[in-house]
Design a protein around this ligand. Structure first.
Ligand SMILES: Nc1nc2c(ncn2[C@@H]2O[C@H](COP(=O)(O)OP(=O)(O)O)[C@@H](O)[C@H]2O)c(=O)[nH]1
Ligand SMILES: [Mg+2]
Length: 184
């Protein structure tokens, strides 16, 4: 049995908790808390993730993925490295509903690129069901995603779309393992 540790990264509001919930076969562990007036967010989100999301999915009879969603707010950035330690790859989700939302993701994307330069990843542009959602090429430019990294569209509420994103990431991890000459 092969077990992969996958991290779901991206800023606050990108859709990480939704993604883990959509795919998880076990009751996902959520650590979202109600947002109080002390935590103004400026949108209609009623909860926010303060520790991490966890979900698990059996992809094949011999492959299980463990999904760890990091807390998106920068005040929890000390946890990003802790949660990411030992990961096989990460999906970086951005809220594609506006260019400003994508710009919110730049610092966190840089953090992951700098701290995990060799870790396979895929960038997902979420909320493609909304009118005027940004396309993958605009997001590639805004985040300065290297040409060899895939940027894919995502609707995190859709199981089909979430599965597609997971499969793209598994493919990137597989390619990386092949070039490393590892079969683990
Ligand atoms: N329209 C739309 N809304 C989404 C999608 N994915 C997540 N959301 C919404 O975006 C908000 C933030 O999602 P959440 O999963 O809590 O983001 P997180 O902060 O990254 O964990 C919530 O109100 C979700 O219902 C999507 O694919 N389409
Ligand atoms: Mg969350």
């Amino acid at each position: 049995m092969k077990i992969l540790k996958i991290v779901i990264a991206g800023p606050y509001g990108a859709g990480k908790t939704t993604f883990v919930k959509t795919l998880s076969e076990v009751l996902p562990i959520e650590t979202d808390v109600a947002i109080t007036k002390a935590q103004p967010t400026g949108d209609d989100k009623r909860t926010t993730t303060v520790a991490f999301d966890y979900g698990r999915m059996k992809v094949r009879s011999d492959l299980v993925v463990h999904l760890f969603g990091v807390p998106g707010q920068e005040r929890f950035s000390f946890m990003w490295k802790i949660i990411a330690r030992g990961m096989h790859g990460y999906l970086f989700i951005v809220d594609g509903s506006s260019a400003d939302r994508v710009r919110d993701a730049v610092n966190m994307y840089m953090f992951f690129r700098e701290n995990f330069p060799d870790t396979p990843h895929v960038v997902a542009v979420n909320k493609q069901d909304l009118p005027n959602a940004l396309d993958v090429n605009s997001v590639r430019l805004l985040l300065k995603v290297p040409y060899y990294i895939k940027v894919i569209p995502l609707i995190a509420t859709s199981r089909k779309s979430a599965l597609f994103a997971l499969v793209e990431l598994l493919e990137a991890i597989r390619n990386y393992m092949i070039t490393q000459g590892s079969n683990q």
